[in-house]
Design a protein around this ligand. Structure first.
Ligand code: MG
Length: 457
């Protein structure tokens, strides 16, 4: 196997390991290219809470100033609030310095259009052309803009959430809510949102210092503490946000983690109950979504992995779907803003609890039960595609093959999905079945097949 560079340039933006593949010089160059691409104007610049954020953000600001943009530094800001602000403030675009759930050695940049959306694959291509050509537009000295700051960047997002959801109904319940902000950007808004919803919050890891008390990916092994907090504090529900606050995991009142696939399933079950209509989600999202949508006679539209793919499909549909998202805890309420939003997800779950009068464990039981196992093996995108080609031949005739993104095979009682990650040099390997044993057996078999094939390529 050849050495894999840690720099990833994809539709999800740029990510790399600080000092190894991602440097301030590189960040400034990307910002210059972006400023050139959008043709100047105000650009919202923010960061998540990881320690290298300020260093990288200053480089981004320099790059933007050099090409005549007006950077607006919003400091640490949750990504859904950041996207909402970019649109609401009528800016030319935004650059968010973040590496989402990657470990703290990583950082990156996400590039955002004037609509408050991530660049589409087509826009990314145009922007990267400018970057690779290195022909940036430098302004004359007298046309340099100063730096602006915005100290309350989440305010417009908060207002929108409070005007959309049934605040009185939630307030009436005085829910006790435990929240783990993963020492991330979610801590900027979560306390104010829960206060406005009349909840009694218990916070852990809510200092947005990027110290990452646990690995910021909301997986079961990282979430032991919140479960204990819910039990000991007798909370009605527990929430875990990832470091940039676009994804949400839910813990029941019994202190049991629901599994990240349940977040969208719960949200879809509630929203479709109110307003039946299509659901848009990615190919790896739980089969439970199809079962839930089926109960309401609603179609499910599946897309490639990557938030922008789900969002693009949502925006292309008329009437606009009431709910969409990704199974990894990424809920999209298009009427709020077409992006994954852990705050909107919290509001949906709290409203569901209030409207149904049911506890979270009971709501969880009412969902179709599936077990998903997500694993990863190391390998570049190129290795992944060679592997997928070989696997496809192996699975021909054994199930329904989908090649929209990697290889997904739906068999009678389970499905498998193998695809290269958009953000890291790894190959994602997923299986889902009606029982844990079946899912485990499927993933074991698949990984055995993969390691046998990897020896050949
Ligand atoms: Mg994230």
């Amino acid at each position: 196997m050849k050495k894999i560079s840690s720099l990833k340039i994809s539709i999800s933006g740029v990510r790399g390991i600080i000092g190894e593949s991602l440097t301030p010089q590189l960040a400034a160059a990307f910002a210059q290219a972006f400023g050139t691409y959008i043709g100047g104007g105000p650009v919202i610049v923010g960061q998540d809470a990881r320690p290298s954020g300020t260093m990288l953000k200053q480089a981004v600001i320099s790059g933007l100033l050099a090409v005549g943009c007006q950077p607006v530094d919003v400091g640490i800001c949750p990504i859904p609030s950041f996207l909402f602000l970019t649109k609401e403030s009528k800016s030319s675009g935004g650059i968010a310095v973040t590496a989402s759930h990657n470990p703290k050695e990583w950082n990156g940049m996400k590039f955002i259009s004037r609509d408050g959306l991530y660049l589409t694959p087509h826009q990314t291509e145009e922007f990267l052309d400018i970057y690779h050509q290195g022909e940036f537009y430098f302004v004359e000295p007298e046309r340099y803009k100063g730096l602006k700051t915005e100290s309350n960047p989440a305010e417009p997002h908060l207002k929108k959430l409070l005007s959309y959801f049934d605040v009185d109904r939630i307030r009436g319940k005085k829910f006790k809510v435990a929240v783990d902000c993963s020492n991330g950007a979610g801590a900027v808004l979560a306390p104010r949102l829960l206060e406005a919803l009349g909840c009694e919050p218990i916070f852990i890891h809510c200092l947005p210092d990027g110290a990452f008390a646990h690995d910021p990916e909301p997986l079961p092994e990282n979430i032991v503490e919140i479960c204990r907090t819910v039990r000991e504090g007798k909370a009605d529900v527990g929430f875990v946000q990832d470091a940039d606050a676009d994804r949400l995991a839910v813990v029941s009142e019994k202190g049991e983690l629901l599994g990240e696939e349940s977040t969208l399933a719960l949200a879809a079950q509630y929203v479709l109950g109110k307003t039946p209509g299509p659901v848009v989600c990615n190919l790896s999202t739980t089969q439970a979504i199809d079962d839930i949508a089926g109960r309401f006679g609603a179609p499910v539209v599946r897309t490639k992995i990557g938030e922008i793919n789900v969002v693009e499909r949502i925006l292309a549909m008329e009437p606009r779907p009431a709910i969409g998202g990704e199974g990894n805890g990424g809920v999209i309420v298009p009427d709020i803003h077409p992006c994954r939003d852990s705050f909107a997800a919290m509001c949906v779950i709290l409203e569901y609890m209030a409207a149904s009068g049911k506890r979270v464990s009971a709501l969880q039981k009412s969902l179709p039960q599936y077990f998903m196992i997500k694993e990863k093996v190391s390998g570049s995108a190129e290795q992944a595609y060679r592997l997928i080609n070989l696997l496809r031949k192996k699975y021909e005739g054994k199930g329904r093959i989908e090649l929209l993104d990697g290889l997904k095979v739906r068999m009678n009682d389970h499905w498998i999905h193998v695809r290269p990650s958009n953000t890291e040099p790894i190959i994602r390997v997923i299986a889902e079945a009606k029982s844990r044993e079946k899912a485990k057996a499927a993933i074991r078999r698949l990984k055995r097949e993969i390691s046998a094939l990897q020896r050949k390529i």
